[in-house]
Design a protein around this ligand. Structure first.
Ligand code: FAD
Length: 436
């Protein structure tokens, strides 16, 4: 293979060929269809947050990088005002609270003042509970994307595809540099933005994993811009909805991944993409019993039912994959491991904040969504809330006790992020075909 992409994937043991076959034949077509549905198409995100690290010196000047938020009337009715899924396994405190207030309202209470006090105490107790719950949830979070900010708006992902935008140069390099140099674990005396693959083995497993997932995400983003490149701005038969003709650019792909042009690192970066794919695949398996019971409510009964069936079908296929990433070997060994896990979480949270510094709106949208999806996968794998859950979904007793929650935006981000990786692997096959 021109990109020397063969053999087994580091830390996982399964081969590139196995993933190619599994993804391209089974996962990619299913996900492609699922992600076009309303539940997964509309993502709420705040693209207006200030960069917390440096003065934002770049503005989106390119015609292709603008993101158009949805008009109110375009948002499916079921998505408005519902951020948290209704939990079949957990006591829904908001329902409990309304019931208790209503019960008090119905009681014949001669002491009006006392009645008022009871109600406010319940309300205060509920608010206190909600605050603590939010605090507890935040401790499990590996990223801080805050889809519920006041400035957050719904975006229709299908109208804003991830593709070449022309974002490059100083601003883009500053983002990648600060991710790799300041927020990735690094071996001593390593000065490049990337870590040479020969040096990776000197690092501990957790730090290698961190670097590999970031490098895999970087590879995936760059594959998308190569496979959805602006080929011509002139009028042709196959126009996209804005303007210009978009398609794969093999030359650009080789420039970024050919070993001769990347000091031998290109194939390693592609392997990191496969590694990240396996990590998110494992998170899906772990969360499968939970995801299977999600309502996927948008207000359109027929489509919601189709989505529930399609998700079940994908999870069945995902479970059938034979060699999964094994997260249980990570962060083992007492207080050192706990400290390392906290560092891992903080580094990743920083990276989620860096996404606010991306100077191209469309890159920021997809960067945030993919970091959000990866952060959700890390939360599923490492928060401990899913440990011990029966992956077949037959025995739900552990889940019934678990306080684990996923917001709708996390589920949307998780599936879309995995969809991006799946598409990247599919596109690599297309580039191989073009080479032949
Ligand atoms: P860059 O991709 O900027 O990489 C910088 C350096 O990092 C390289 O020189 C190399 O040493 C190293 N490197 C490269 N790949 C890897 C890897 N996989 N692992 C480890 N090290 C690596 N552009 C678009 O056109 N469309 C988009 O949607 C888009 N989204 C983006 C999202 C984010 C969050 C960011 C930060 C950038 C995005 N970009 C996007 C820009 C794009 O990623 C590149 O930065 C840009 O095309 C310039 O590429 P480059 O060749 O200079 O190298």
């Amino acid at each position: 293979c021109f990109c020397q992409l063969k053999g087994s994937i580091d830390e996982c043991g399964c081969s590139v060929d196995t993933v190619d076959h599994f993804n391209n034949k089974k996962i990619y077509p299913r996900l492609k269809s699922l992600l076009q549905k309303d539940y997964f198409r509309f993502y709420k995100v705040n693209l207006k947050r200030e960069c917390p690290f440096w003065a934002d010196d770049s503005r989106c000047a390119m015609r292709y990088c603008h993101v158009e938020p949805c008009l109110e009337e375009d948002i499916p009715p079921g998505l408005k005002g519902r951020h948290l899924r209704e939990l079949p396994f957990e006591e829904d405190m908001s329902v409990k609270y309304t019931e208790s207030v209503q019960a008090e309202d119905c009681e014949v209470d001669h002491d009006d003042d006392l009645g008022y006090l009871n109600t406010t105490i319940s309300a205060a107790a509920y608010e206190e509970f909600a605050r603590w719950k939010e605090h507890d949830d935040a401790l499990d979070n590996f990223c801080d994307i805050n889809s519920d900010d006041d400035d957050a708006q719904y975006v229709d992902l299908s109208l804003n595809p991830e593709r070449y935008t022309g974002y490059k140069g100083k601003s883009a390099h500053r983002i990648w540099n600060s991710i790799y140099k300041e927020n990735c674990f690094r071996p001593k005396n390593s000065f490049n933005s990337y870590i040479a693959s020969s040096k990776l083995n000197g690092m501990c497993l957790e730090k290698r994993v961190f670097y590999r997932v970031i490098s895999g995400l970087h590879a995936s983003i760059n594959i998308h811009l190569c496979s959805n490149y602006l080929l011509s701005e002139k009028s042709t038969l196959s126009f996209d909805s804005v303007t210009g003709q978009w398609g794969p650019n093999l030359e650009e792909f080789l420039l970024r991944f050919d070993p001769r042009k990347t000091e031998g690192e290109g194939p390693q970066w592609l392997r990191n993409l496969y590694f990240l794919y396996l990590l998110e695949l494992r998170a899906l398996v772990k969360a499968a019993p939970y995801l299977e019971r999600e309502e996927y409510y948008t207000g359109n009964d027929q489509e919601d039912e189709d989505v529930r069936q399609a998700v079940k079908d994908i999870l069945r296929v995902v479970r059938s994959f034979p060699e999964h990433f094994n997260e249980s070997v990570m962060f083992t060994g007492g207080s050192q491991a706990r400290k390392l896990k906290e560092e891992f979480r903080q580094h990743f949270r920083n990276i989620s904040h860096i996404m606010d510094c991306v100077g191209c709106e469309k890159c920021k949208l997809w960067g945030k969504l993919q970091v959000h999806g990866l952060g959700t996968a890390l939360k599923i794998l490492f928060s401990g809330k899913f440990d011990g859950v029966d992956p077949t979904g037959a025995d739900l007793s552990h889940m019934a006790k678990s306080q684990f929650q996923l917001h709708r935006s996390e589920i949307v981000a998780l599936l879309n992020a995995f969809g991006r990786l799946s598409t990247s692997i599919y596109e690599i096959e297309r580039f191989r075909g073009m080479m032949r």
